[in-house]
Design a protein around this ligand. Structure first.
Ligand code: HEM
Length: 415
């Protein structure tokens, strides 16, 4: 049996914070390995990258999620008691609730709602000299997500809920006041969402049967009990927050269209190119750096010993850009998806493995369909200019966005 190689130094927390998308893969390359041991937040941690390690990571009989997330991420981004921290039968049962929201018709309904929003917003964009795309899309997706989920949202609330839902994914990983802003946003959103759940249970609100609000408010866990209002609130936010977060992918897609203008014409000529284009954005633009689990009991993998209780981090970004799986991995080449079946372990921007059995993101179809709808709108429905601005991705931020948030000027309908 071989020991797992160790990273230099006593603790790698700072190195990871400084370089969240490169630390694991670069350390692996330096050590000529695909996994190594270190300490993160003073805890023994095994970091891994690449498709083979992803396959090992999604062995849920060996690696569990309970207690794997740092408390500060739970108190801001994820909330407590939600599906992310469940294991085994309890996880699979709760996951059914999310998967039941993802039927083809429901995904199409959300896409239709967003397209309707775009039609409503476009005349206003035309009337203004400039628009900041990220701000517009976040607000549109807040409206669309709430409408689709059966959540009432009056006009006076839109700006506040948009800002709060954004704080959950944009400020959670930050240090200092931004992080506290995310925690405050979570506190307020959970109170709001718990009240909605209670109103449905009391018959004061009657969202449609297929809406997320109805399904979550009436879901029963394996013990036959309704979710507590607080846990149901966490799960409702597990639908609203990430749907608004798709705005990041949409801005990244607009950025890719700008940096690779030849793709505008390709997308116009052939809508079959939309899917490879958005898949390449999801592969190459950084979003979530890694996911975490914990070793359930000692096991061996390829001769390496994984001791019980160790935290394990799987490098998502490094796996999506691993030269062992992808030719010229740092080049933007949507055509690589034309004739390629990807395994559930080499292309993992939203986690890997099986959607039903593992913790893989149930929202992948939403992300893909929303990105396609917005890209199609950008190339077929409007013309716009992209004025000089700082379009470098701000890698000190999680997720990285262009500093300018992508300004569009002189938006007009396509003739
Ligand atoms: C913005 C684009 C999105 C990204 C980058 C993203 C990313 C992720 C990642 C990395 C995971 C963890 C996978 C793992 O632990 O193995 C995850 C899980 C999850 N995502 Fe997403 N996601 C996105 C959109 C969505 C959407 C639109 C929804 C729902 C409407 C959603 C709901 C969830 C839920 C409920 C989980 C927990 C699943 C489980 O623990 O079984 N996500 N997502």
């Amino acid at each position: 049996m071989f020991g797992i190689p160790s990273a230099k130094g006593f603790d790698s927390t700072l190195a990871l914070l400084r370089n969240p998308y490169g630390f694991i893969s670069e350390t692996c390359r330096a050590l000529d390995t695909d996994l190594f041991e270190t300490r993160i937040l003073l805890q023994e941690t095994i970091c891994m990258t690449g498709a083979a390690t992803a396959e090992a990571f999604y062995r849920e009989d060996r690696l569990i999620r309970a207690g794997s997330m740092p408390g500060r991420i739970q108190k801001s981004l994820l909330g407590e008691g939600g599906v992310q921290g469940l294991d085994g039968a309890a996880h699979q049962h709760r996951k059914k609730m999310f998967m039941s929201l993802m039927g083809t018709e429901r995904i199409a309904a959300l896409e239709g709602t967003s397209l309707h929003m775009l039609d409503n917003y476009a005349p206003d964009w035309e009337a203004r000299n400039e628009v900041v795309l990220y701000d517009e899309v976040r607000e549109m997706l807040t409206r669309a997500a709430c409408a689709w989920a059966g959540v009432p949202l009056n006009e006076a609330e839109v700006a506040t809920r948009t800002a709060q839902l954004t704080a959950l994914f944009q400020d959670a990983g930050a240090l200092g006041p931004k992080h506290w802003r995310a925690r405050l946003a979570r506190h307020r959103l959970e109170k709001w969402a718990a009240r909605l759940i209670q109103q449905v249970r009391d018959g004061e609100l009657q969202p449609t049967q297929e809406s997320a609000l109805h399904i979550i408010a009436t879901w029963r866990d394996l013990d036959g009990e309704l979710l507590t209002p607080r846990v149901a609130a966490v799960e409702l936010l597990n639908v609203l927050r990430p749907t608004v977060a798709v705005s990041v992918f949409i801005v990244q897609a607009a950025h890719a269209l700008h940096r690779h203008p030849e793709w505008r014409q390709k997308l116009k000529d052939d809508e079959g190119q939309l899917e490879p284009f958005v898949q390449e954005v999801r592969r190459l633009y950084p979003f979530f750096p890694a996911v975490a689990a914990r070793v359930k009991s000692d096991f061996e993998w390829r001769g390496h010993r994984f001791p019980k209780g160790y935290r394990v981090l799987l490098d998502l970004y490094g796996t999506n850009t691993d030269a062992r799986s992808w030719d010229a991995p740092q080049e933007f080449r949507p055509e690589r998806f034309h004739d390629r079946e990807v395994t559930p372990y080499e292309f993992i921007p939203q986690g890997g493995g099986d959607h039903h059995r593992n913790h893989r993101c149930p929202g992948e179809w939403i992300a893909i369909s929303q990105m396609k709808a917005f890209c199609s709108f950008f190339v077929n429905a409007i013309d716009y200019e992209v004025p000089d601005q700082d379009l470098d991705l701000e890698t000190g931020e999680l997720p990285p966005m262009p500093k300018s948030r992508f300004i569009m000027r002189n938006v007009r309908p396509r003739q």
